[in-house]
Design a protein around this ligand. Structure first.
Ligand SMILES: C[S@@+](CC[C@H](N)C(=O)[O-])C[C@H]1O[C@@H](n2cnc3c(N)ncnc32)[C@H](O)[C@@H]1O
Length: 248
């Protein structure tokens, strides 16, 4: 899968791209990330890309020409034009379902705003998928783009060593449940014990316990997720649990 990042601050991504799972995925050729500095498309001799808002008001607005021309050139750089995502607090709020949808694309072009955001004609011309990472305002789209990449890459086949790893994750499997409680060694710490069931080796019972845990936790913390959930969710279909904690 290919990601193209359009930004005014390319250096922000250096640490992110050079660490952990993402670095491994890039090294293995599963993910490609290209970072483009929108200033390179500025027509201004000082590489200025922003200007004052028409109608007055505070702050600066990203000009339409460098953004649109950068996006159009970048689209032509790949075998396919890609799905254009514009990070914006006004976009549809990111959920695991949207992450799954985005992961179906082979190429995502992520537009990171700054200042007061983009000139509206960027939206009219590029017709991007406007995505928000939550109801709050960030200084720029870079962190939001990292959120999108981080969530989407987990779904790219081969990126997580074990393809089952995200199966039980919160919001996965239809987005209705939070994940059950997880434990690892030691069996006891400061008087707190790992539940006996997880040490029983009875995978069917463990699956049932985890299903109940998921359901109860969701009801307690995020009952808004539950209306579509049925009692059947209590019994997980899969009993062969690959995410078993190690014996202590
Ligand atoms: C300071 S914000 C501009 C906010 C804009 N004036 C508004 O009120 O909608 C600058 C940039 O940060 C990014 N950004 C801020 N909050 C975001 C969010 N919740 N989700 C995604 N991107 C966000 C966008 O790319 C935005 O263009």
């Amino acid at each position: 899968m290919r990601f193209d990042l359009l930004t005014l601050f390319p250096e922000i991504f250096a640490g992110f791209l050079g660490q952990s799972l993402l670095k491994k995925a890039i090294d293995r050729g599963l993910i490609r990330v290209h970072v483009h500095d929108m200033r390179d498309w500025s027509r201004d001799k000082h590489q200025k890309v922003d200007d004052r808002p028409y109608g007055g008001g505070p702050g600066m607005v990203l000009r339409v020409e460098p953004v649109v021309e950068c996006a159009e050139d970048v689209q032509l750089q790949g075998a396919e034009r890609g799905h254009v995502v514009l990070l914006s607090p006004q976009g549809r709020r990111l959920t695991q379902a949207i992450v799954e949808e985005l992961a179906c694309h082979r190429r995502l072009i992520l537009l990171c705003g700054r200042y007061e955001g983009f000139d509206q004609r960027v939206v009219e011309l590029l017709r991007p998928d406007e995505v928000s990472v939550g109801d709050y305002v960030l200084n720029g789209g870079e962190v939001a783009a990292m959120v999108v990449i981080d969530a989407v890459m987990r779904l790219v086949p081969g990126v997580l060593g074990d393809e089952n790893s995200h199966r039980d994750d919160s919001f996965s499997s239809g987005g209705r449940l939070l994940e059950f409680a997880q434990y690892t060694r030691p069996r006891e710490y400061r008087g707190l014990h790992v539940p006996d069931i997880l040490l029983s080796g009875d995978h069917e019972e463990i699956a049932r316990w985890r299903g109940e845990q998921s359901y109860c936790k969701t009801r307690e913390r995020r009952s808004d997720l539950l209306p579509g959930a049925s009692a059947g969710d209590l019994d997980r279909e899969e009993t062969d649990n690959t995410k078993r904690p190690a014996d202590g």
